[in-house]
Design a binder for this molecule. Structure first.
Ligand code: TYD
Ligand code: MG
Length: 452
């Protein structure tokens, strides 16, 4: 008889191990490994067993699955045109970013579509939710509120009230009484999600789970949830800043390239449909170390302000600090400048900040960061009404990036006059746009001579 395979699961991070140890080899948590019983693992799907293979042509679908357009356009767009009936999704974000606020506003819209909405919370009292909904001016809409964290109770309520749309705030507060692990542990999060998913898929109801993101960026360890669900959305933004970006990182019903933009106000989240009209005015006053980047977010162009400060230091390890961009990319840019311009930053602290709490991972930000860095170093402002777009290669050359024509178009629309682009892109792409002058930059040497 085959020996039953025993695996151990870290309840903190979800890593699996063949042997028990006192400390997780992945996240270094103590005493966090628990035996993963075969019961737990066999349940990790909503699909019934015992199905026979059938030809694809014999499977009939009535029509396109029904989508509910919530009317919050920034949300509908990100999710691919509305919530698909019967979908199971996840909304992640750091605590306090505005997940519950967004959800309450969505539920009100869904209630207006004559859908029955159920909001389950294990985080707040009914009282607190009422206060928030008053603030959000949600008065007439009929939303069922349930303060509960036991999955079995929630399933009973779902059977009784038959809601069309259920939000769980948050998945970390749920537990099923089939397991003894504490709420928020990987086992509870995964098994609770499984039970809900089974019900949702069999009854064709839509469920959205809210999950807190830990500092490491995981939805509290249970990465496992990301592959189970139909879509994963993240609400991003700095608490003290107004802007919030809603991003899809997985979507079985649409693309993942769209981004929704909101502003947090005293009356909740407000959609921002023409973002650049808000930002552009501030850019007319260039300072040394400041550059404007035309970021490509989904089908939109956003103008973002990059600030770089190059300061002197006596420290052996000078600072390379980045807010809103990847530190490795800054290190590459510094290395390229040191190599190809024979500059020496070993006694300079370098700080990069992307204004208003935005985050960018596009390599197209290399050129504006390089320009801002040189501008700070030389103490010379960049030309007014100018923007920069391009990736830097290790050879010191600037390289082309996607969606240049769209960015040029938006630059012209918003009143920018100069656009610095990689020479390679200008040569091959013939980019032109009435109203803006394109300046081609071959490499870091040419950029330096243009600036000084
Ligand atoms: P919340 O939705 O509770 O965040 P999460 O569920 O992601 O933890 O929102 C928290 C913050 O939003 C809180 O600090 C207050 C602020 N807020 C507003 O500024 N305006 C509002 O109308 C509401 C409801 C919240
Ligand atoms: Mg909340």
């Amino acid at each position: 008889m085959a020996k039953k395979k025993v695996e151990y699961l870290c309840e903190k991070c979800g890593a699996k191990f063949p042997k028990w140890t006192g400390r997780c080899g992945h996240c270094s948590a103590w005493e966090s490994l628990k035996e993963l019983t075969s019961v737990a693992s066999s349940r990790s799907t909503w699909v019934d067993s015992g199905n026979k293979p059938i030809p694809l042509n014999d499977i009939h679908v009535d029509s396109e699955a029904e989508r509910w357009k919530t009317g919050v356009f920034e949300f509908d767009r990100v999710i691919g045109g509305g919530i698909v009936q019967g979908s199971f999704g996840l909304l992640g974000g750091t605590p306090g970013v505005g997940k519950s606020t967004l959800i309450l506003q969505l539920l009100a819209r869904i209630a207006r579509l004559n859908k029955k909405a159920l909001y389950v919370t294990g985080e707040e009292s009914g009282h607190q939710i009422k206060q928030r909904s008053n603030r959000l001016l949600i008065r007439q809409e009929d939303i069922l509120i349930m303060v509960e964290s036991e999955v079995e109770q929630i399933l009973n309520a779902m059977k009784e009230h038959k809601p069309d749309f259920i939000v769980i705030d948050s998945i970390q507060t749920l537990f099923t009484n089939q397991f003894t692990a504490s709420a928020g542990s990987v086992t509870q999060v995964r098994e609770s999600a499984n039970l809900l998913m089974k019900y949702a898929k069999r009854n064709d109801v839509s469920v959205l789970l809210i999950g807190h993101v830990t500092k490491e960026g995981d939805i509290a360890g249970p990465r496992t949830l990301e592959h189970m669900v139909d879509y994963v959305l993240y609400l991003e933004g700095e608490k003290r800043e107004q802007h919030r970006l809603l991003r899809a990182v997985k979507n079985r019903f649409g693309t993942i390239s769209e981004v929704g933009l909101f502003k947090m106000t005293a009356k909740g989240l407000v959609e921002v449909s023409k973002p650049n009209n808000l930002f552009v005015d501030k850019f007319n006053n260039p300072h040394p170390g400041m550059a404007i980047f035309a970021a490509n977010e989904g089908t939109r162009t956003l103008f973002l302000e990059i600030q770089v400060l190059v300061g002197d230091t006596e420290q052996k390890n000078p600072a390379r600090t980045c807010i809103g961009m990847d530190r490795n990319r800054l290190q590459v840019i510094v290395a390229v400048l040191e190599k190809h311009l024979q500059m020496d930053f070993s006694s300079n602290d370098i700080y990069v900040n992307l204004a208003e709490g935005f985050r960018v991972i596009e390599p197209a930000m290399d050129l504006p960061v390089t320009a801002a860095l040189l501008s700070s170093y030389l103490l010379k402002p960049l030309p007014p009404k100018s923007i920069f777009i391009g990736e830097v290669a290790l050879t010191g050359e600037f390289r082309s990036v996607p969606a240049l024509q769209e960015r040029l178009y938006e630059a012209a629309r918003c009143g920018f006059e100069l656009v610095f682009l990689p020479e390679l892109a200008v040569k091959t792409g013939k980019f032109s746009q009435k109203g803006v002058q394109v300046v081609s930059v071959k490499d870091v040497q040419e950029l330096m001579s243009l600036l000084s």
